[in-house]
Design a protein around this ligand. Structure first.
Ligand code: SF4
Length: 275
């Protein structure tokens, strides 16, 4: 009896034995597999987190595709919001507008409008400025800032109009942008406001900011932004867009702390939908 018991105690349980062999052989593979999965998940988590942090830091936003119908809806909503949107510079002739636009660089339209009436009352023809001493022009436009550069441009602008265009402002974009002090943005404003013939979109600081935020353009160069806008905005809306972007930029989509909760076009805005 004692012998039988000893034999029973020494002989291994076959099921337990098989399980042990199986586990010894495969456990190591299983553990390695599990470990690699855990390492993979940890690395993936930190990589994703880093990408999100980078995106927030650089305000990189994924863009939403807007259809032409969406663009028209955006314009119509802005038209309802700003029914009185017009050019806010005062002028009596295309020539005067050219000077007002030059003075508005790095200056508010309000200040320009306070400065120009007394100037234009006395000097309003190209010849007036050609004959005028540069120091006098500098004094006249001093409140608008950058008066030395602006005075030089006004004199050269007037001289070129006298010499090459018989005293009248040319009426094409190609000619306007050859005038001293008149870039593409200013030429677009003149084409629209003075000749009622918008052929482009003036991309100023407001148009640039709103185009980027809405997701209408990824570019930072105004001329490239303009090309992006011209591709998606129907020509009949050029006039409206020129005014609406400026008004929206001044009132709601301001540079710092845009008032998105008051914005009528927030549902189309990449910036808002990503924030
Ligand atoms: S939702 Fe905000 S960021 Fe977008 S256009 Fe409106 S104000 Fe600007």
């Amino acid at each position: 009896m004692e012998v039988i018991l000893q034999v029973k105690l020494r002989s291994p349980n076959p099921i337990k034995h098989t399980a042990n062999v199986f586990l010894n052989r495969f456990n190591i593979y299983f553990l390695l597999h599990l470990l690699s999965m855990i390492i993979f998940i940890i690395i993936y988590y930190f990589l994703c987190k880093r990408v999100i942090v980078l995106d927030k830091k650089h305000k990189k936003i994924s863009h939403i595709n807007l259809s032409k119908e969406n663009i028209v809806e955006i314009i119509e909503l802005l038209k309802s919001k700003y029914p009185d949107a017009t050019c806010s510079l005062d002028f009596n002739s295309p020539f005067e507008l050219g000077i007002a636009v030059m003075l508005s660089a790095q200056c508010t339209d309000e200040r320009v409008n306070k400065t120009t009436p007394s100037i234009f009352k006395k000097y309003n023809k190209p010849k007036d400025f050609v004959d005028l001493d540069i120091k006098i022009i500098e004094d006249l436009i001093h409140p608008c800032g950058f008066y030395k550069t602006k005075a030089k441009n006004i004199k050269a602008y007037s001289k070129k109009i006298m010499d090459e265009y018989n005293g009248s402002l040319p009426m094409t974009m190609d000619e306007l942008i050859t005038l001293p002090g008149i870039g593409r943005k200013s030429a677009n404003v003149i084409m629209l406001e003075a000749f009622n013939n918008p052929i482009g979109i003036a991309v100023d600081t407001h148009a640039k900011r709103i185009s980027n935020r809405l997701g209408l353009s990824n570019n930072s160069d105004p001329s490239k932004i303009e090309q992006d806008l011209l591709q998606i905005i129907p020509k009949k809306y050029y006039k409206d867009v020129n005014h609406l972007l400026v008004w929206h930029g001044r009132n709601i989509c301001i540079a710092r702390g845009p008032k998105c909760t008051e914005c009528p076009i927030s549902k189309y805005c990449t910036y808002y939908l990503n924030s």
